[in-house]
Design a protein. Structure first.
Length: 544
């Protein structure tokens, strides 16, 4: 692994964060379960397999069994949290790019469904919506494998494999000739696209300490909302072009060609620039290097495998299900986010029809209304990030310099009001055909609140389940995706029976009833729930 210059690292560390108190140092180490042992004094960066190179520094004294347990040193430059500030942000940007491309693909064909349906012989609105939302079923299945596997084999190889699947099956979508082919390839493309959403938050937990993580989490969290908001704009104008291009292909196929091109470029950059960041795996590799160099087979990390690979994978695959069924914290915020994502995808699949039928806009112009969602997401990120970091630091200072994850939830009460308010404005503006800008203002407010919820809960999840963040986010993404797939399938029937005003009011009421009480419950009882958990940081024990 490429080493970071010590001087550069120290400079950035000094600029970005104050010197941690002993309590904070202990907390940071605990975030990956990496406790410093008294016997530990290992030279950093021993070359892999270089048995002939002398060991610089000394190993500490073994315990009673003769075992020497190694962990991170205080300024260890192989610890991803000690990478230079610039390098950590570079990695964050790469992962965030993956995190925006996959959700963008989920909605890019939404304005094209009419044209695609004619090309593939689809006549039912239900099937048109399914071509969009079936992509999210891949998000349901993928995280149960991708997130846990990243905790066994590392973030990098699993992410690279996911990128390859994502590109390959989007090629399949671009060549689909029937409805069945399109649905099958869209599902499989979603399976590959689930990689960044399952692993990304885990990578942020690997790279950033709790007090540094707010802005990084906000950047990454903007992808699942900004991507679906921007995708339909390009798709809308491609749909408006209709017909065939100069090569005789249906123009809508370019929605997939664009994704394939951008995906290939970003995957190539990641292949050459993205390092492994999972701390326990890096320590296991270090222990292997030291065993090879010293010949001492009793050197090991806290995470050296004591099980077979099959046992590890089985346990890792089961863990997300166990966490969903046993962790009230995950149950509360997963249900809330799932309803919000389902509502968001109702907007995505009905947006174009609303503005073409109610406001008589062309498909291309109608797709520009998605900018209201995108601008709302960006605004929510800018304002929400500053507020979350500000109040996190204030509350931490008031608590004697000791932080707790619930400090992330202070801003949660703002989107609990913004989201239902935005839905009410949007729905009743459409119902009475009020000027289109009013409907856009409603979706802007909705998206702003949705973004605040997204990055606040992502940061909270990483703080609560630092070692198992990938598994926690995997199960959350899976449940959200079930709702994102299912809600659009009944959207047209709901609006046909209730109208846009009362239909949106129903969704707003559900969001309000889940958001406010849920945030209050987590803020008030979160510490007790964490104390009882075997997976949470500072909980009753170590999760299996």
């Amino acid at each position: 692994m490429e080493k970071t210059n010590h001087g550069e690292m120290a400079a950035h560390s000094h600029e970005s964060t104050p010197s941690p108190t002993p309590t904070e140092v202990h907390h940071d180490n605990h975030e990956h379960g990496l406790s410093f042992k008294p016997a530990e004094d290992i030279e950093k960066g021993v070359p892999d397999g270089s048995k002939g190179e002398p060991l610089k520094g000394q190993l500490g004294e073994p315990d009673k069994s003769g075992t020497i347990i190694i962990g991170w040193e205080k300024d260890d430059d192989e610890n991803p949290k000690n990478f230079s500030f610039k390098r950590r942000w570079y990695i964050t940007w790469i992962v965030s790019l993956y995190g925006i491309l996959s959700p963008l693909t989920s909605s890019m064909i939404a304005p094209c469904t009419g044209v695609i349906s004619k090309s593939l012989g689809v006549t039912k609105t239900f099937e048109m919506n399914m071509m969009v939302s079936v992509y999210l079923l891949g998000y349901v299945v993928g995280p149960f494998f991708i997130g846990p596997l990243s905790e066994v084999y590392g973030r990098r190889p699993v992410l690279m494999a996911s990128n390859a699947l994502f590109i390959a099956f989007n090629i399949g979508c671009s060549q689909a000739r029937t409805f069945d082919e399109m649905v099958a390839f869209r599902f499989l493309a979603g399976l590959g696209g689930a990689g960044p959403l399952s692993i990304g938050s885990g990578v942020l937990g690997d790279l950033w300490r709790a007090e540094e993580r707010g802005k990084a989490a906000a950047l990454y969290s903007i992808g699942p909302l900004l991507g679906p908001s921007l995708g339909p704009i390009a798709g809308g104008f491609l749909a408006e072009a209709r017909g065939a291009d100069t090569y005789g292909n249906d123009t809508w196929r370019w929605t997939f060609y664009i994704v394939i091109i951008v995906g290939t470029i970003s995957a190539t950059v990641g292949f050459f620039q993205l390092p492994e960041t999972y701390g326990p795996l890096l320590l296991e590799r270090r222990a292997r290097r030291l065993r090879a160099q010293t010949g001492n087979e009793k050197i090991q990390s806290e995470y050296d495998k004591k099980e077979t690979t099959r046992q590890i994978i089985t346990r890792a695959l089961v863990r997300p299900i166990i966490m969903l069924t046993t962790q009230p914290i995950i149950q509360i915020f997963t249900l809330y986010q799932a309803v919000l994502v389902g509502t968001f995808y109702i907007l995505l699949v009905t947006f174009t029809r609303v503005f073409t039928e109610t406001y008589h806009e062309s498909t291309g112009i109608a797709s520009l209304n998605f900018l209201a969602l995108a601008l709302g997401a960006i605004t929510g990120r800018q304002i929400g990030t500053q507020l979350m970091d500000k109040y996190y630091c204030i509350l931490k200072a008031r608590n004697g310099g000791v932080a707790n994850p619930e400090m992330r939830l202070v801003i949660f009460f703002i989107p609990a009001i913004l989201i239902p308010s935005g839905m009410l404005i949007y729905g009743w503006a459409i119902e009475y055909a009020v000027h289109w800008i009013v409907a856009d203002i409603g979706t802007f407010i909705f998206a702003m609140g949705l973004m605040c919820v997204g990055f606040a809960l992502n940061a909270y999840t990483i703080d609560v389940y630092p070692l198992y963040a990938a598994s926690a986010l995997a199960v959350t993404n899976s449940v959200r995706s079930v709702f994102g797939f299912a809600f659009p399938l009944f959207a047209d029937d709901m609006y046909a029976k209730l109208g846009y005003g009362w239909g949106s009011s129903l969704l707003a009421l559900i969001a309000f009833l889940l958001g406010g009480p849920g945030a209050l419950a987590l803020y008030r009882y979160g510490p007790k729930l964490r104390a009882m958990s075997t997976y949470a940081a500072g909980g009753a024990g170590s999760g299996q």
